[in-house]
Write a protein that binds this ligand. Structure first.
Ligand code: GTP
Ligand code: MG
Length: 171
């Protein structure tokens, strides 16, 4: 068959937001981990879509590791930014990390696509994707294509829509 195009994607967001769970769901079932543990540092993962072969930098979201993120910004050709929609208390922290990302010299002037997952939509008190996008002020992102999807990474819901969007932005 045709060779798929290689794309490096950075998976960012606070600890416990569900990054590793999302990436795990996107991998072929025979490569999926059974139990997910908090990421230490980062982990490199791979998954494919119909036209692309993704290499994912699945970064730890823990405070003490967030300073690692910026070292991979130059490499990244797309960003997946994950938010725990049930974590209202830390929504402001998620916004701070997003704003820091968006103002970084290696990101600021690039038209890099950003896919947001408003994850854990299954939680009874989860905020809607619209509400999450308001709290993060996503409408202020004018120089990059972005998209937000509600997701439940445990059941795998909402992930395909997001990845389809990302694939469309890249090819
Ligand atoms: P770090 O590696 O520490 O940055 O965390 P992470 O963002 O990779 O989160 P991880 O994927 O390890 O998930 C954290 C916890 O949230 C795990 O217990 C997951 O099972 C749970 N989780 C992930 N996605 C969902 C979801 O959509 N709904 C619910 N209810 N739980 C989820
Ligand atoms: Mg993780």
């Amino acid at each position: 068959g045709l060779k798929k195009k290689d794309v490096n994607v950075l998976c960012l967001g606070l600890d416990n937001s569900g990054k590793t769970t999302i990436i795990n769901q996107l991998k072929p079932s025979n490569a999926q981990a059974q139990d997910i543990v908090p990421t230490i540092g980062f982990s490199i993962e791979k998954f494919k879509t119909s036209s692309l072969s993704f290499t994912v930098f699945d970064m730890s979201g823990q405070g003490r590791y967030r300073n690692l993120w910026e070292h991979y910004y130059k490499e990244g050709q797309a960003i997946i930014f994950v938010i725990d929609s049930g974590d209202k208390l830390r929504m402001v922290v998620a916004k701070e990390e997003l704003d820091t990302l968006l103002s970084h010299p290696d990101i600021k002037h690039r038209r890099i696509p950003i896919l947001f997952f408003a994850n854990k939509m299954d939680l009874r008190d989860a905020l809607s994707a619209v509400k999450v996008s308001q709290l993060l002020c996503l409408e202020n992102i004018k120089d990059k294509p972005w998209h937000i999807c509600a997701s439940d990474a445990v059941k795998g819901e909402g992930l395909q829509e997001g990845v389809d969007w990302l694939q469309d932005q890249i090819r």
